[in-house]
Design a protein around this ligand. Structure first.
Ligand SMILES: Cc1cc2nc3c(=O)[nH]c(=O)nc-3n(C[C@H](O)[C@H](O)[C@H](O)COP(=O)(O)O)c2cc1C
Length: 338
C-alpha cells in the first residue's frame, strides 16, 4: 500500500519513514521510561528512530539529551518542557537542546497545578523516592526489575537523576532530603510563550491545547504546531476528550499550523479516526511506554508495529488506499459494519 504525503508544505511529512503508515505517529514524552527500563528513554528513542518517527524527550527523563544525541545523532529529536517558575532554569535546559541542534521544542501548558493521585499515595511512589515499607515490599516482589533496571544504574554510575535538569536541581532519585524541587510556572501567560518563541530558533510546539480559541492564540504567538492533549486525564480528570474537540481546533487554525492529536490512542483504528477528524499526526504515550517496560527498544518497536499494522488493516476494512482518502465519511454506518 502506498500512503501519499498529501501536503508538501507540512514539514513533518518530508522524510520517508521506514514503515509507510508510521509517518503519522510520534513518540510521546513520558517522564518515567527510565524507571521502567535501564535508560528507557534511549530505548524508546531508538525504536522511534528505526521506525522513522520523531521522539519527544520529557524534560524529567532520567537519560540526558546529550546521551541521546550521542547515540542517535541523525534521529529526529524533540525536547519537552514544563516551564518552571525559575525561568532561568527553563532556559538553561532549552539552551542545551538548542545547541545540540534538536529539531523542536514542545512546551506543555497543562499540569502546572498538580493533581490528586491516590494510587501513588497508596503504592508509596514519589519522586524523589522517599523510603517506605509499602514501596520496599513492592520492589522486593519485583526482583527482575531490581536486577534489570536498578542494578544497571548502580553499576554504571549510581542512582539515576533527572539528567536534563540544571546541575543545581540534579539529585539522585532517592536523595529526597537535599533536593529543592523546582516549581512549575503557575502564572505563565502567552507572553512567556512569545518569549520562548523569540528564543527558540526551530519548531515550537504547544502541547495541551483544548479549545479553538487557545489554538488560535497559540498560532498567533508563533506556534508551528499544536498538540491537542488532555494529558491522558492525568492533569484535569474532567477535561474534554481530544477526539471530540479536534474538529473545532482544526477549523480554528484553518491550516496555519499542524494539528497533532494526543491522548487515548490505543489501536491503529484510533489513528485513522483522528486523521479522519482532521489531525495531521498523532502521538503515542502509554502504548510505547508499556512496550518499553516489557522489553526496552524491542518492546517499544513492537508497540509501534502493532499500531501500524492495525492502521493498515483498518484501511482495508474501510476501503481506503491512502491517507488522502480518509475523511469524515469513514464514520458512515456501512464502514463500521452496521
Ligand atoms: C507515566 C507518564 C509520564 C508522563 N510524563 C509526561 C511528561 O513528562 N511530559 C508531558 O508533556 N507529558 C507526559 N505524559 C503525558 C503523555 O505525554 C500523554 O499526553 C498522555 O499519556 C496521553 O497519551 P496516551 O493516552 O497515548 O498515553 C506522561 C504520561 C504518562 C503515562
Amino acid at each position: 500500500m502506498t500512503v501519499v504525503t498529501t501536503t508538501p508544505e507540512t514539514p513533518y511529512r518530508e522524510r520517508k519513514p521506514r514503515h509507510p503508515v508510521t509517518q503519522f505517529i510520534l513518540s510521546q514524552p513520558t517522564g518515567s521510561a527510565g524507571l521502567m527500563w535501564y535508560q528507557g528513554e534511549l530505548e524508546l528513542a531508538k525504536a522511534a528512530a528505526t521506525a522513522g518517527i520523531p521522539f519527544i524527550l520529557a524534560m524529567g527523563a532520567l537519560t540526558s539529551m546529550e546521551t541521546i544525541t550521542k547515540a542517535l545523532p541523525d534521529a529526529r529529536k524533540w525536547f519537552q518542557l514544563y516551564p518552571w517558575e525559575d525561568q532561568d532554569g527553563s532556559y538553561e535546559m532549552i539552551t542545551r537542546a538548542r545547541d545540540l541542534g534538536w529539531e523542536a521544542l514542545v512546551i506543555t501548558i497543562d499540569s502546572g497545578l498538580g493533581r490528586t493521585r491516590e494510587y501513588n499515595e497508596r503504592n508509596g511512589y514519589a519522586f524523589p523516592f522517599k523510603p517506605n515499607v509499602r514501596a520496599a515490599v513492592d520492589m522486593m516482589m519485583h526482583p527482575a526489575w531490581l536486577w534489570r533496571v536498578m542494578r544497571k544504574y548502580v553499576m554504571n554510575g549510581g542512582m539515576p537523576t533527572n539528567a536534563n535538569y540544571p546541575e543545581r536541581y540534579r539529585f539522585s532519585i532517592i536523595d529526597g532530603k537535599k533536593r529543592v524541587a523546582p516549581k512549575r510556572f503557575e502564572a505563565m501567560t502567552w507572553e512567556h510563550i512569545k518569549k520562548f518563541r523569540d528564543f527558540w530558533p526551530r519548531k515550537l510546539i504547544i502541547k495541551s491545547v483544548l479549545s479553538g480559541e487557545d489554538a488560535r492564540i497559540a498560532v498567533d504567538h508563533g506556534a508551528d504546531a499544536i498538540i491537542v492533549s488532555n494529558h491522558g486525564g492525568r492533569a484535569l480528570d474532567s477535561a474534554v476528550a481530544t477526539i471530540d474537540i479536534l474538529p473545532e481546533i482544526v477549523e480554528a487554525v484553518s491550516g496555519r499550523c499542524a494539528v497533532i492529536l494526543d491522548s487515548g490512542i490505543r489501536r491503529g483504528s484510533d489513528i485513522v479516526k483522528a486523521l479522519a477528524r482532521g489531525a495531521d499526526l498523532v502521538l503515542i504515550g502509554r502504548a510505547t511506554l508499556y512496550g518499553t517496560a516489557c522489553a526496552g527498544q524491542a518492546g517499544a518497536a513492537k508497540a509501534i508495529e502493532i499500531l501500524a499494522g492495525e492502521m493498515e488493516r483498518t484501511f482495508g476494512y474501510i476501503s481506503v488506499r491512502r491517507v488522502s482518502e480518509i475523511g469524515p465519511h469513514i464514520f458512515a454506518p456501512r464502514n463500521l459494519g452496521m
